[in-house]
Design a protein around this ligand. Structure first.
Ligand SMILES: NC(=O)c1ccc[n+]([C@@H]2O[C@H](COP(=O)([O-])OP(=O)(O)OC[C@H]3O[C@@H](n4cnc5c(N)ncnc54)[C@H](O)[C@@H]3O)[C@@H](O)[C@H]2O)c1
Length: 516
């Protein structure tokens, strides 16, 4: 089933909080498409013959909302496919407006409340005079914006929406319920589509032809999902598993690409879990000094974490992910339907990354994960949003991005010490999380996390590992500096610190506790 843009010819409607820049983003988008934007507040002002601020002030909020509802519903009910409309921040609080939005493509221009306050706080607008109330209103509105949004675009620049438009427009061919997130990073922006049935739906971030596509997958995934992608211009399926994330595999892929005459105008498709995504991304980053890669993640690890952010690379025998490059994808297609064929232990492994993300995000994501909410499309989407926000703030891992390494310093060391493959990446991260929580002095939280891991079939203890080998591999962590290996520690869910100094003795004890 196609989504609403094609079936109903819906307009692009921009919603979001005060200060998100909806009016100027709508203008930039409309003018790029040779049209004039429509602003609901201007229509209200024409209708009542006064400014919105004056009307709101003198007649009160209830009177304003009644007129707003009427004007906005008339506007939405008459709107057509080419229209670009921006709505006042509170318009979506009306049920009737939300009903009228259903046939349109709704873009939530998501603004950080501190930025919104800087832009519009303390000013003329009636609801933006007092900082605390402003922040409270922002929190109250978030779930409403989210519930109506087909696309979430960060309010970083007034041009972002115009740049994102081609990807936004592909929602017209997407399966019903597909949502799009716009990923922003210093080296480039890209779309992330999330929806069941996306693999094979024809949505693609790179125009082809002319761009030809070379598929990298693994044997398990290729057998189940590659045919859905349709025509390919070359492919190579590696043997499944971490042991294939090597320079030898990369060489085989590069050579197969040469054999298919893949050039810089072509692109790589990474269809699989984190191993395929990291390896194929690395091959794309380096082949002819870099060609685009489209990530199509098929494991929970890859869908909530590894497919975004542009970290690509291979392992060395001595240390994990030691050779690589930053290479943001041209786009990511997340089809939760692919998880239907994922073996249960792999789904469990992915749960460790969900738990890590929830600890970093805190708030409602942590509350839901702590209450053992089901792993569904919404949970995947929320984990992606957390990762994209962190990467947007620090693409190159120079600061805040290091929080994503929570549980990974020791997790990676366990993978290396076990010779790759004995513990799945997610299983090693599960153990690493327990070490990090012990070092954080979070007794109760550690117990809670251990129970969740256990309930999801993840290990809370590992046997038969050489403790010295684990500690030695920990010392090879890429973030090691003159002061030792900096750890990521948790003060509470939502408050995670990176670069924390830890005594060797404490680290050893915390590792011994899970590895003895
Ligand atoms: N780049 C990053 O930011 C980042 C983040 C987290 C993890 N990683 C990396 O990700 C890797 C782990 O990824 P992973 O856990 O996805 O492992 P994986 O890629 O090895 O996949 C796990 C197994 O599931 C199979 N599989 C995948 N999708 C399937 C499907 N839909 N149906 C049936 N079988 C399927 C694979 O063949 C494999 O056997 C590690 O190398 C880790 O370093 C990278």
């Amino acid at each position: 089933m196609a989504s609403k843009l094609s079936t109903r010819g819906g307009a692009v409607v921009i919603v979001g909080f005060m200060g998100a820049g909806k009016t100027s983003a709508a203008r930039a988008l409309a003018s790029a498409r040779g049209r004039a934007a429509i602003d609901s507040d201007r229509l209200i002002e024409q209708r009542v013959g006064r400014t919105v601020a004056d009307f709101f002030e003198r007649d009160g909020e209830a009177a304003f909302r009644a007129v707003e509802e009427q004007v906005v519903c008339e506007l939405l009910d008459a709107a057509e496919g080419d229209d670009v409309i921006s709505l006042g921040g509170g318009a979506v609080t009306s049920k009737r407006v939300r009903r009228s939005l259903r046939r349109h493509v709704v873009v939530w221009l998501d603004v950080d409340p501190a930025v919104a306050w800087r832009r519009s706080g303390g000013g003329k607008r009636p609801l933006s005079r007092e900082r605390r109330a402003f922040h409270a209103l922002h929190s109250e509105r978030l779930p409403i914006y989210e519930s109506v949004a087909d696309a979430i675009v960060p309010a970083t620049s007034r041009q972002t929406l115009a740049i994102a438009y081609p990807a936004l427009a592909t929602l017209r061919d997407a399966p019903a319920g597909t949502r799009m997130l716009w990923a922003v990073s210093a080296s480039g922006d890209y779309p992330v589509w999330v929806g069941r049935g996306l693999v094979g739906a024809g949505i693609w971030p790179v125009e082809r032809p002319p761009s030809r596509r070379f598929l990298v997958s693994d044997e398990n995934v290729a057998a189940r999902w590659a045919a859905r992608l349709g025509e390919l211009d070359g492919q190579l399926a590696i043997r499944p598993g971490e042991a294939s994330k090597t320079l030898a595999s990369a060489t085989a892929i590069w050579q197969a690409m040469v054999a298919e005459r893949i050039t810089r105008s072509d692109h790589v498709v990474a269809l699989g879990g984190g191993v395929v995504g990291d390896l194929a991304g690395f091959c794309a980053a380096t082949y002819q000094r870099g060609i685009p890669v489209v990530q199509v993640p098929t494991t929970l690890v890859a869908q909530v974490d590894s497919a975004y952010g542009g970290k690509t690379g291979v392992d060395l025998l001595e240390a994990k992910n030691y050779v690589g490059a930053f290479h943001q994808p041209a786009g990511v297609l997340v089809d939760p339907g692919t998880l239907d064929t994922l073996p249960a232990p792999e789904l469990s492994a992915g749960y460790a990354e969900v738990l890590k993300t929830a600890l970093i995000a805190g708030g409602t994501l942590w509350e839901r994960v702590a209450a053992d909410a089901p792993i569904d499309e919404q949970l995947i989407l929320d984990c992606i949003r957390c990762k994209l926000a962190v990467v947007a703030a620090d693409e190159r891992d120079g600061g805040v991005r290091q929080v994503l390494n929570l549980g990974h310093t020791v997790g990676h060391a366990i993978e290396v010490a076990a010779g790759y493959g004995r513990y799945r990446h997610g299983e090693a991260v599960a153990l690493g999380l327990l070490v990090a929580l012990r070092l954080s002095g979070q007794e109760e939280l550690r117990g809670r996390v251990a129970r969740l891991l256990d309930a999801h079939g993840l290990p809370t203890h590992a046997s038969g590992l050489d403790i010295e080998a684990v500690l030695a591999a920990t010392q090879l962590d890429k973030k090691r500096g003159p002061g030792g290996v900096p750890m990521v520690l948790v003060d509470e869910p939502g408050r995670v610190r990176h670069g924390a100094a830890v005594e060797d003795r404490d680290l050893e004890q915390a590792v011994l506790e899970v590895v003895a």
